[in-house]
Design a protein around this ligand. Structure first.
Ligand SMILES: Cc1cc2nc3c(=O)[nH]c(=O)nc-3n(C[C@H](O)[C@H](O)[C@H](O)COP(=O)(O)OP(=O)(O)OC[C@H]3O[C@@H](n4cnc5c(N)ncnc54)[C@H](O)[C@@H]3O)c2cc1C
Length: 804
């Protein structure tokens, strides 16, 4: 055994072996893997081996596509049989909503270059003659899908890694991981110790226990899962052609051919967590859990109905095994905040669909310093302190039982809520707010009319919220909209080193004291890392604000890149916030302040302390809606009283509560992008238009060299705003944009512009496509809708209103 390695990977399941392989592939060859027992001794050996591309998040779906394509490559490279059966896969739809969802998903997959197609019920029947298609509306057919042998696939990754120089130590349990004090890690195993620069936790079912060795509580929980294998089915015994893999979304089961029988797995409604007190160290290898068919009765009844042949044969084998789930079902990948060079590659629910992509991403991160694109959906930093063990358990169980449900863009699932509420929550609730959730915090989406239930119905089309949001938008453009913005993240950066540290961290110029600037933050590759708003409260005191759900992500970056001379504190929960938006907001502020708040006293993009009612407030004059507007921050415990004072002071100002839906509509009308949509690690300043906020003449900032190259080259795509001719449905994100029959771009976000009376979307189009070009269209729920590029924002193109 080596006593030193550059990277030690803990865990020899499919994920650990994939990480190891990808590290060697990227040239990092001084790498070892420690496995407690034999390779695959956790969840991996008893997986059903089905491989499919479906994922609600486009970035994860893309990495699943990568994983699927990898199996042939590693089999060829190593000679290890991976048992690849490329049978193609079917995703079935029964209801109209599901069919709409599949049509949208198919268009999205095609945009990524996949040869997916929609097939009719009759075609489904031809591909799968043992299926009763009476209730089937249609399906997506994906030729990349099928199944593999989990043992062979894991060993192929391992063999490919060994060929690349890696070493694998079996029967080598890691018992301790500790920092050496020299910036390295000491990995203590049953067979000896290894000092290394990087540690990867790929311990699957034991990832929680391995995390706890370094004091980290990773949000994942093992859940029991059954599949059964039938005896031979005569129809299959006679057929020459293997059935496609099938995901029956409405039946909440998956199915594939196994020999001449069927393998059928189900996601039952009542998920059963396993080993809540900790995964036993002696579990695994060839051990399974006792099956409990009673739990599966409902699903099996649906299965027998859809596949009557199954009911006519016996069950040959039942597998009940545990595998891990996170609160949102996506993996935990990336550097763990506060632990230098400690990496997560765990919580992977579908290791044979995602393992390749996870391995590639993590290897890029370790070797190149950052992943090649936006992987936020699986970044371990998407969760924060609000994720307790109970929360993880509640959400993971919910995810399991809703595994195949439609991910409606306007639906916030109920488990784990409310976990965190703003200080103004009761007032908002009394005003009939419909809440969503952001980073654990209940946020108002819109306000239902008095007397109507405060409930938005899940929909892929415009929902029952439409009229209320319309009214809120008009109030904000003609009177005052009052919005709880406590969810916005706020970081206080102070100290004598604050200015130089921020100057290097941010690509934009810092504001003067009392002023505000929008300031992009870049990665060394020149891609976007943040779109922050910097308020300079004093010479050496800054309040940096951004999207609330990015708090852990931001703080990880800050702690890696801010110098010791600057102190950064996440003060998000210490300040509550209100946005006062609209042409009458200045009058409202004057009433609250008791002094005339003129434009001269508080000009556009200025920030100043004010007493508002009885609260000491920080008042910033800006609004993402493009209206005259103010963002007001007060100590959290004073927010409710301030909101009461605001509501007492609004007489005659045409004021009303507004929610996040209205904010989205208003900002789309101004063509203002937001993070995770128009701005992300996938884009550069030039593509996104944020180059206008980059101070290229600053001598030093992170990503400067790459930013200069980006400035001097023509981007292949650019951000535009589209007006779409659609009825009853708006874009929500990742819909393809076509010119005649070619894909020329994609939507990043969309919605209805209630004041412009237009269905709007923002998105990236090939740079050669310009305003006025004919033949552009967007696929919305599979329908082709004509669209045009707007040459200027739909509302107030000169920006006069926000400067009024
Ligand atoms: C019944 C069932 C069916 C499934 N079907 C599918 C499917 O069809 N398709 C699909 O994609 N996925 C499927 N899965 C999920 C899939 O099995 C998992 O996503 C995958 O195996 C996770 O791999 P992993 O490497 O993260 O974890 P694991 O397989 O659990 O591997 C972790 C490894 O780490 C080792 N280890 C842990 N602690 C230590 C330590 N301290 N020192 C050294 N080694 C350690 C363990 O021994 C183990 O080998 C299924 C799972 C189950 C249970």
């Amino acid at each position: 055994m080596k006593s030193h390695a550059h990277v030690v990977v803990i865990g020899g399941g499919v994920v650990g072996c994939s990480v190891l392989y990808h590290l060697t592939k990227l040239g990092c060859t001084d790498v070892v893997l420690c496995e407690r027992k034999e390779l695959t001794a956790g969840s991996s050996w008893h997986a059903a081996g089905q491989i499919h591309a479906l994922n609600a998040d486009p970035a994860v779906a893309r990495l699943q596509g990568y994983t699927l394509a990898l199996y042939r490559e590693i089999a060829d490279a190593t000679g290890q049989d991976v048992g690849l059966h490329l049978t193609g896969g079917l995703l079935l739809a029964e209801t109209q909503d599901r069919w709409d969802f599949l049509r949208a998903d198919c268009a999205r997959q095609q945009m990524f270059g996949a040869a997916t197609e929609l097939v009719s019920a009759q075609e489904v029947r031809e591909l799968c003659p043992i299926m009763d298609v009476t209730r089937v509306r249609g399906a997506i057919y994906d030729p990349r899908e099928g199944h593999i042998d989990p043992y062979g696939a894991t060993h192929a990754f391992a063999r490919a890694a060994r060929l690349g120089g890696a070493e694998i130590y079996r029967h080598t349990r890691v018992v301790e991981v500790a920092p050496t004090g020299k910036g390295t890690w000491l990995v203590v195993t049953e067979q000896g110790s290894i000092e290394c620069e990087h540690v990867v936790n790929a311990a699957g079912l034991w990832a929680r226990e391995v995390g706890r060795m370094v004091g980290v509580e990773l949000p994942l929980v093992p859940i029991e899962h059954h599949y059964l294998v039938t005896e031979d089915i005569p129809e299959l015994a006679q057929s020459q052609r293997e059935l496609p893999g099938i995901i029956d979304l409405d039946g909440e089961m998956y199915l594939r051919q196994e020999g001449k029988g069927l393998l059928l797995g189900v996601y039952e409604k009542d998920a059963t967590p396993w080993a809540l007190g900790g995964t036993p160290w002696d579990y695994g290898d060839t051990e399974l859990l006792a099956p409990n068919l009673d739990r599966l009765t409902d699903n099996l009844a649906k299965g027998f109905e859809r596949f009557p042949a199954v009911a006519r044969v016996g069950i040959r084998r039942i597998v009940n095994g545990p595998f891990t789930f996170t609160p949102d079902g996506n993996p935990l990948v990336g550097p763990v905040r506060g632990l230098r060079n400690y990496w997560a590659a765990c919580g992977v629910m579908a290791g044979f669909c995602q393992g390749g992509g996870v391995g590639l991403t993590l290897a890029q991160w370790i070797v190149h310093g950052e992943p090649d694109g936006d992987v936020y959906a699986m970044d371990v930093a998407r969760f924060g302190a609000y994720v307790t063990r109970n929360y993880t358990l509640a959400k993971a169980r919910e995810f399991y039982s809703r595994r195949f449900q439609i991910p409606y863009p306007n639906e916030f699932w109920p488990a784990g809520r409310p976990s965190k509420t703003s200080a103004a929550h009761q007032t908002l609730k009394a005003a009939n707010a419909v809440f969503g959730v952001s980073y654990g915090l209940e946020v108002p989406l819109y306000f239902s009319s008095p007397g109507e239930p405060a409930r938005e119905l899940p929909s892929l089309r415009r929902s029952n919220a439409f009229q209320a949001v319309h009214d809120e938008c008009h109030a904000a453009r003609s009177g005052v909209g009052i919005l709880d913005i406590s969810s916005f993240s706020k970081y206080e950066v102070t100290g004598p080193g604050a200015r130089p540290a921020l100057d290097r961290l941010l690509a934009g110029r810092l504001p003067a004291a009392g002023r505000i600037r929008l300031t992009p933050m870049l990665a060394p590759s020149g891609r976007l890392m943040g779109d922050l708003t910097t308020l300079r409260l004093d010479e050496d005191r800054f309040l940096v604000c951004g999207s609330g759900y990015l708090q852990s992500w931001h703080m990880r970056w800050f702690s890696e890149h801010l110098t010791d001379h600057a102190q950064v504190r996440n003060v998000t929960d210490e300040y509550g916030g209100l946005a006062l938006i609209g042409p009458r907001s200045r009058e409202l502020l004057t009433r609250l302040a008791g002094i005339e708040v003129t434009d001269a006293r508080l000009p556009f993009m200025a920030v100043t302390p004010f007493d508002l009612a009885f609260a000491p407030a920080i008042v910033a004059r800006l609004s993402v809606t493009g209206e005259l507007g103010y963002e007001v921050y007060v100590p959290t415990l004073q927010l409710a009283a301030l909101l009461d004072a605001v509501l007492d002071a609004v007489d005659g100002l045409y004021a009303r509560h507004i929610g996040m839906y209205a904010l989205n509509s208003l900002r789309l009308e101004k063509s203002f992008g937001i993070w995770s949509r128009e701005f992300s690690r996938d884009y550069t300043p030039r593509m996104s238009g944020l180059d206008r906020f980059v101070a290229y003449d600053k001598p030093d900032f992170i990503g400067r060299d790459a930013a200069l190259r980006d400035r001097d080259s023509e981007p292949d795509k650019r951000l535009v705003t589209l007006a779409i001719e659609s009825r009853g449905v708006d874009a929500s994100g990742y819909e393809p944009v076509w010119q005649d029959r070619s894909v020329v771009g994609f939507v990043t976000s969309g919605g209805y512009g209630h004041c412009a009376d237009l269905s709007l979307a923002m998105g990236y189009l090939t740079s050669t496509i310009t305003e006025g070009q004919e033949g552009l269209s967007v696929s919305l729920l599979g329908d082709t809708c004509a669209c045009r590029i707007l040459s200027q924002p739909a509302i107030d193109p000169s920006g006069a209103r926000m400067r009024a």
